[in-house]
Design a protein around this ligand. Structure first.
Ligand code: HEC
Ligand code: HEC
Length: 299
């Protein structure tokens, strides 16, 4: 799954001087505006929303929402997740916003799984019979799955349908669709740098990441400045290029959650992944671009 696009990116030949249309055309080769959320039966989505917020964990009554709050950018603001199942190899919590578009799950390859909702339910040791017996969930379950036996995969199906609605169109989408005023000049210059410097080699697609695994410290291991957790760096693991939508809301950064400031995360990336340090001014422009990826989910 180690897809290195460095050569490919260079071959595409990112030109330096580009007008508004030129920049948009270049951007559309690597990124795209968010699609509308897929159609799903409203009863299924509604049940998924309820389950997401319900204290389903059989040990300690944890909910998905406790770690993935849409009001906190779909994450929890903590360095690493708290909870029984997340203590063996603690990781910074990934956002659930737009996560249904990620081609590859999770930070590392250890626990990659097809449905993150299913893996969350299994980690929380959710008991389907207990859920079926919960009076608060009875009408929602009956509406979504009439006459069916409640199983954990079925619960995951409902949660996945809800997660698929959590798309957050942002100013960058409006700009990609032709609204010149949606991005500030600084954000456009940041986008230009994001393309010129090669950030898009790994952070591409609708989610600007979430598609491939790369070593952290690819070009310069020193450049990671100790932000790799020792349990992983010794094992030489790759990490998924983080999806960057709403990244301004989801501090702290990296699988280790060791970096609180987005500008620092950007400069660590430039050194560790590209071996090409940015000036503070350039870092600020890229941060302005990343801020244009902040959007809101429909209520
Ligand atoms: C104790 C905190 C915690 C709880 C509870 C929790 N998660 Fe997570 N979740 C995490 C962490 C940490 C990750 C990143 C783990 C990794 O990739 O190694 C994650 C990853 C995810 C992702 C992947 C996002 C991506 O980037 O592709 C989704 C989706 C998700 N969780 C959904 C859920 C759902 C649904 C539930 C409830 C059934 C749930 N989570 C419960 C902490 C939690
Ligand atoms: C060779 C691939 C590669 C390149 C090039 C790259 N990144 Fe990354 N990026 C990654 C990986 C892998 C991670 C996840 C690291 C981790 O999990 O600790 C990441 C994480 C990030 C994060 C942290 C996101 C979060 O939620 O924790 C930001 C911000 C980021 N990259 C921005 C950039 C910028 C800006 C550039 C260009 C200067 C860039 N990246 C270039 C692979 C890359």
């Amino acid at each position: 799954m180690r897809i290195l696009l460095l050569g490919l990116g260079l071959a595409a030949g990112i030109g330096a001087a580009a007008g508004a249309e030129g920049l948009r055309e270049q951007a559309l080769q690597s990124f795209g505006p968010l699609p509308p959320a897929p159609e799903a039966p409203p009863a299924l989505v509604e049940l998924g929303r309820q389950l997401f917020a319900a204290p389903l964990s059989t040990e300690g009554g944890q909910s998905c929402l406790g770690c993935h709050d849409p009001a906190k950018g779909g994450a929890d603001g903590r360095e690493v997740a708290l909870g029984h199942a997340w203590q063996t190899a603690p990781r910074n919590t990934s956002t659930v916003l737009n996560a249904s578009l990620n081609a590859m799950p999770s930070w590392d390859l250890l626990d990659g799984m097809e449905s993150p909702a299913l893996s969350g339910l299994l980690a929380m040791k959710v008991d389907a019979a207990q859920v079926a017996a919960d009076p608060a969930l009875a009408s929602g379950l009956a509406a979504a799955f009439p006459g069916q036996e409640v199983t954990v995969p079925l619960l995951a199906e409902a949660i996945d349908a809800y997660l698929a609605t959590l798309m957050t169109p942002a100013p960058f989408d409006a700009w990609l669709e032709g609204d010149d005023a949606a991005l500030t000049a600084e954000a456009r210059e940041g986008l230009q740098l994001f393309l010129e410097r090669g950030c898009y080699f790994c952070h591409y697609g609708l989610t600007l990441g979430g598609d491939g695994y790369y070593p952290f410290g690819l070009v310069d291991a020193e450049g990671t400045q100790g932000f790799v957790l020792s349990d992983t760096s010794e094992a030489g693991l790759d990490f998924r290029a983080a999806p960057l939508r709403n990244v301004a809301l989801t501090a702290p950064y990296f699988h280790s959650g060791k970096v609180a400031d987005l500008g620092v995360a950007v400069s660590v990336m430039a050194e560790s992944q590209l071996g090409a340090p940015l000036s503070p001014e350039e870092t600020g422009k890229i941060v302005a671009f990343l801020e244009s990826l902040t959007g809101a989910a429909a209520p």
